[in-house]
Design a protein around this ligand. Sequence first.
Ligand code: GUN
Length: 288
Amino acid sequence: MNTKVIDGKAHARAVREALRPRVDALKSRGVVPGLGVVLVGDNPASRAYVRSKGRACAEVGLHSEQYDLQPTASEAEVLERVHALNADARIHGIMVQLPLPEHVRVERVIDAISLAKDVDGFHPQNVGLLATGHPNLVPCTPAGVVVMLEREGIDLQGRHAVIVGRSNIVGKPMAMLLLQKNATVTICHSKSRALAALTRQADVLVAAVGRAKFIGGDMVREGAVVIDVGINRLPDGKLAGDVDYASVLGRASHATPVPGGVGPMTIAMLLANTVYAAERIAGKMGSE
Ligand code: GUN
């Protein structure tokens, strides 16, 4: 079977282009959508992600501010930064890059983010809205996967989606979004028995385990759609997904590469969430 390689960069470009008129409309009302990014510590991968998020904002005309805190910053200092961004009228979206250092409680920090500015969709109230079928701000990576599948014309209704990974960032919200699209959803994880027997049932397989080349071609049904959320650094410095890409080519109907697949979509959805948040905040201020 000829595998179609899904071009995440092209889909992300299209998402960004669609944001332009909305950004222009906001600007004509004197509102420049603004994203505040908080980075704690010096994790090189986090640093690289945050840099590309800032660049992407500039490309579509969004304002962005980055706050770098020392790895030793206390929880109180991180909370203080979040509170300042909550109160800042130029900021419509707040993103605290994860992971945080161990001494900072991630749930405390996420709880502190204003619901209206929670462009990661990690606040428990936004998680609850998604789980009850009333999505508001939705986590960027799973949202990007769904948009990419839709733009590829892949119908999800009644199909079996198998997700490997159960993180709050990807696995769990991915399941909620796929359920909303009427897929039949299985979540598996590192403790699942007979994992390959589960993944081989997938019409759509989403790999979000965080282990390089964990999903081999033998775990993929002929004709399945394979979405690789993993970004892992190999000892030689190269990037690899969670899927052994070479072994699914010729087997999957569609597959996303790493890099150039899900990653660019995640960033595009962060911009989309920031524009959406700005529209809602501007609307509530009575200028509509
Ligand atoms: N770390 C890895 N992915 C993400 C994400 O989508 N948002 C945040 N805030 N941190 C992350």
